[in-house]
Ligand binder design. Structure first.
Ligand SMILES: [Zn+2]
Length: 195
């Protein structure tokens, strides 16, 4: 007779106990390792503004995670439109890797802060008026809701991404920003490892 195993009971979200990496369907974390760099750093501020404007136009000013329409009169600070860069981290040789810019999405500032949760937490720690623990808790709640996850799966995912960030922080990264040319026709030089 089959006996229900409480450790493998119904979880409500298919891959909670699978062995593969957890992939966020809507709002992923983007935890930049120590040697990583912002893709926009290879552009002048004027060129970056051109890119950000096009990203906003393409998305019709809607957050590409939560769908809120931004920039209308009376919209809240958490609904400011922000261009969010996504990367692939390719380990090319022992100790070295290529940080490849692969996407730029339009996010509301709330979802942007959640995706860079580590940075949001660091900033909160230096702000005497904020409560870093409460901010982390709010970020996790938002991540769970946006991705349709339980808190358990959300925490597993957070740990997975922190571990990857830690491993990546021991490497030197060179940025490949060809995406600016391929996607927007804007030439940008790739830059070497910075630490
Ligand atoms: Zn949003």
């Amino acid at each position: 007779m089959a006996v229900a195993d409480p450790a493998h009971g119904p979880t409500g979200e298919g891959h909670a106990f699978s062995d593969g990496p957890i992939v966020a369907p809507v709002l992923p974390l983007m935890l930049i390792p120590r040697g990583g760099k912002a893709g926009r750093a290879v552009l002048s501020p004027d060129l970056w503004r051109v890119v950000a404007k096009r990203v906003r136009e393409r998305a019709a000013s809607r957050c590409q995670a939560c769908g809120v329409t931004m920039g209308s009169r009376g919209s809240r600070a958490s609904e400011r439109p922000e261009a969010h860069e996504g990367y692939h981290w390719i380990e090319s040789a022992p100790g070295f890797g290529i940080q490849e810019l692969v996407s730029i999405r339009l996010l509301c500032s709330l979802d942007h802060h959640v995706s860079h949760m580590d940075r949001t937490w660091r900033l909160a720690r230096h702000d005497p008026s904020s409560d870093p623990a409460a901010i982390v808790s709010k970020c996790l709640d938002r991540l769970a809701r946006m991705n349709g996850w339980s808190m358990q799966l959300t925490r597993q995912y957070g740990l997975q991404e922190l571990r990857l960030q830690h491993l990546r922080s021991s490497r030197l990264w060179a940025l490949n920003a060809d995406y600016f040319r391929m996607e927007f026709g804007i030439p940008a030089t790739s830059i070497g490892a910075v630490r």
